[in-house]
Design a protein around this ligand. Structure first.
Ligand code: SF4
Length: 83
């Protein structure tokens, strides 16, 4: 299933890009609130880990939170995009 299938169902579908892609050191709380009740949070986080996406809020995680997760994901799923 590609992001095109589930991303329109996400709580952030109508959010301003600045909310979901804050600059470094900008607050992320508004984005994380949207993610908290999002029905597609799991595929969203998986997409970010597989793509090793280090920008923006995905699956209720900020880039700094995903760094270690991405490293672990590479060991679990070495065939992920960018491997
Ligand atoms: S989990 Fe967060 S970033 Fe992902 S689609 Fe839902 S609201 Fe958007």
């Amino acid at each position: 299933m590609s992001a095109a299938d589930w991303l329109p169902e996400g709580n952030c579908a109508d959010a301003e890009p600045d909310v979901m892609f804050p600059e470094p050191r900008e607050p992320v709380e508004d984005a994380l609130k949207l993610c908290a009740s999002c029905p597609v949070r799991t595929p969203c986080l998986v997409r970010a880990l597989e793509a090793r996406d280090r920008h923006g809020i995905w699956g209720a995680t900020a880039p700094r939170e995903r760094r270690a997760m991405i490293e672990a994901w590479k060991d679990i799923n070495p065939l992920a995009v960018g491997a």
